[in-house]
Design a protein around this ligand. Structure first.
Ligand code: PDD
Length: 286
């Protein structure tokens, strides 16, 4: 795989950073994962916007403008297409605050951010028919992360622990519930449900990442007059929903068949999911 590190393209295994990088010492940085299909990125400008917002929120100067970021993504996509044998390449981008000679919680103003990117083989997108798709069995746990989950920070220990909790329960993801008994998101995905025939997803606030796929789903469905309601979903509503889906750059829209051992409806991928994924696929590149 080919990497980008501080303005240089090189084989990933040759990329080196200092152990004094604040990304390494503190998880002091912002990242993005941008999916590409046959060389075409999905949601590119929205990913750059979220990166800019995250950097600004934690006071790291954005090292590049959108055109420069685009050039990096294009170059990484092209070079990795030659190196990786798949049409589905994920582009990981990462900006940390940079390297300082001493480890201090506080940081200087004149540090040069470290910029890292690389391309990796993503899983194929989900099949588009109920009969063909592989649905997910997921865990359900209390959300024990911090109160700034809207920032796409590289400090992911909370998410890693929750994700691993699901794996240890034999599940492939973990849906998280806040102290009010409401769904926030999953350890690495956003959550949608079909409740009383309405498509619902939790509203954006500090408890969840503003997922690019989440927004593309809402916008794509809107183009065909399918409304998504952004409102709180209780644990009970989730478990008795007609359908539950997870969204992310790598999963697109994937149906959930059981949560914490409770089967969702008839335990099969749903017809609303099938219709919505097909609408999403018509609009995701625009
Ligand atoms: N995960 N919520 C969390 C906590 C996430 O980490 C992610 C993405 C999402 C979905 O966001 P998007 O639709 O923009 O991919 C929601 C990425 C892919 C990751 O960490 O690898």
């Amino acid at each position: 795989s080919i990497a980008f590190l501080n303005n240089e393209y090189l084989p990933l295994h040759e990329a080196r950073i200092s152990p004094m990088d604040r990304g390494f010492l503190f998880g002091d940085g912002i990242y993005e994962v941008i999916p590409t299909h046959e060389g075409k990125p999905v949601g590119l400008s929205a990913h750059f916007k979220r990166m800019a917002d995250g950097l600004s929120a934690i006071n790291i100067p954005n090292p590049f403008d959108a055109a420069q970021w685009q050039d990096i993504v294009t170059t990484l996509t092209q070079r990795n297409a030659a190196a990786l044998d798949t049409p589905y390449i994920g582009i990981y981008l990462h900006v940390s605050r940079g390297v300082e000679p001493q480890r201090h919680h506080t940081y200087g103003n004149d540090i040069k951010p470290t910029v890292f990117g690389y391309g990796f083989a993503m899983p194929s997108p989900p099949e588009t028919r109920c009969e063909d798709v592989k649905g997910l069995h997921v865990a359900l746990n209390n959300d024990l992360r911090w109160q700034r989950c809207h920032i796409k920070s590289t400090s992911l220990l909370g998410n890693v622990m929750h994700y691993q909790q699901g794996i240890e329960e034999g599940k492939s993801e973990t849906i998280l519930i806040n102290q009010n008994g409401e769904v926030t998101e999953a350890a690495s995905c956003n959550v949608f449900a079909v409740i009383n025939n309405q498509i619902v997803t939790p509203p954006l606030d500090h408890q969840l990442l503003p997922g690019i796929t989440r927004q593309l789903v809402i916008d794509s469905l809107g183009k065909e007059s399918v409304i998504v309601r952004e409102r709180a979903i209780t644990r009970q509503e989730l478990l008795s929903a007609e359908e539950v889906w997870l969204t992310s750059s790598s999963k697109e829209i994937t149906p959930v068949l059981s949560i914490d051992g409770h089967q969702i409806a008839d335990g099969q991928p749903g017809k609303v999911w099938e219709r919505c994924l097909n609408i999403y696929n018509r609009y995701k590149f625009i």
